[in-house]
Write a protein that binds this ligand. Structure first.
Ligand SMILES: [Mn+2]
Length: 313
């Protein structure tokens, strides 16, 4: 994968590892997808679109890139899906331990097995908020437990998993699914309170894994397994904004952008979604430049990882 020097073409002073609050890890992996191929091209298309995006966010009146966004070298590991997951896990954990706000861009959804494992090891009582058209709960698929169809099986066993936007699953997944914590797309469309219900079920620390096929294919067609009946742009943003306000979102990944040569709007949507999520995360920190230190201290303690294995410290 070609690497852009800095995320979104931001100046070097905002892109340094030491000072950046945000880390962006691209994972151009597409080894297990079952239908449309090309999620390995996702990070490059996302980064290219990001370079062509305005960096002032109108809604929050902020320029979140000034918090610092450091783009690390892409994780390119194609020897096996297990090796890729292990590398993602290791890199994610390393940056969490440096007190960074860690974000990842896939790649297919199997990358999230590594990121979720890292966040779950570092934060107490983690909620994994899973936005997706697909349940992704299979224990194994095509002989592997690291298939993209198994992306949140481990999370279903080890975290407070909440699934949102689901509209495609196999009967076998019903035996694993916690229907109390599942928001099916066909119910959400008639439920004006779904935001509140989802947020109420979240613990304080939330990791978001955002499969872009959660969105309606009319606004995001460039994904490997599109499903009709998905989320739209403003409801998604309104929901995310409320979530970021009410909970401590500790990190997120965005996966399954499968770009094509002829149509770019999906790449731009992914770029904007990522930037919006960062804008919401840091919106209160940027109200003015000399915000008082008490808030800063509180912010840091909220984001400090709470638990490490003894050998990690
Ligand atoms: Mn999906």
């Amino acid at each position: 994968m070609k690497t852009t020097k800095n995320y979104a073409g931001i100046a070097d002073e905002f892109a340094q590892l030491e000072t950046a609050k945000v880390i962006l890890i691209p994972v151009p992996y597409d080894g297990t997808s079952t239908w449309g191929k090309g999620a390995d091209k996702g990070p490059e298309a996302f980064l290219e679109a990001s370079e062509n995006m305005e960096l002032y966010d109108i809604e929050t009146a902020t320029e979140v890139y000034k918090q610092g966004i450091h783009l690390v070298a892409p994780i390119e590991e194609n020897s096996s899906v297990e090796a890729m997951v292990n590398k993602v896990h290791k890199a994610t954990k390393e940056y969490i331990k440096r007190n960074k706000f860690v974000t990842l861009f896939g790649g297919e959804h199997s990358i999230s097995i590594g990121s979720i494992r890292a966040f779950n090891e570092c934060f107490d009582n983690l909620t994994v908020l899973h936005l997706d058209a697909h349940a992704d709960l299979r224990e194994t698929y095509e002989g592997s437990k690291y298939n993209h169809a198994c992306a949140v099986h481990e999370a279903s066993q080890t975290t407070n998993l909440i699934q949102v936007g689901i509209r495609s699953m196999d009967a076998i997944e019903k035996t694993i699914m916690d229907e109390e914590k599942t928001f099916f797309a066909h119910d959400m469309v008639n439920d004006e309170f779904w935001f509140d219900k989802v947020i109420e079920m979240c613990t304080e620390n939330v990791f978001i894994t955002f499969d872009l096929d959660a969105l309606d294919p009319s606004i995001l067609p460039a994904t490997g397994t599109p499903e009709p009946g998905g989320l739209f742009w403003y409801e998604t943003l309104d929901f995310l904004k409320q979530l970021f306000k009410e909970k401590n979102v500790v990190g997120f990944d965005i996966v399954e952008l499968c770009p094509n040569q002829t149509s770019k709007p999906s790449d731009f949507l992914a770029a904007k979604l990522y930037y919006k999520m960062l804008s919401y995360k840091f919106m209160d920190e940027a109200i003015d430049d000399d915000y008082d230190n008490t808030y800063d201290t509180e912010f840091k303690s909220n984001n400090n990882p709470l638990k490490f294995d003894d050998d990690d410290i």
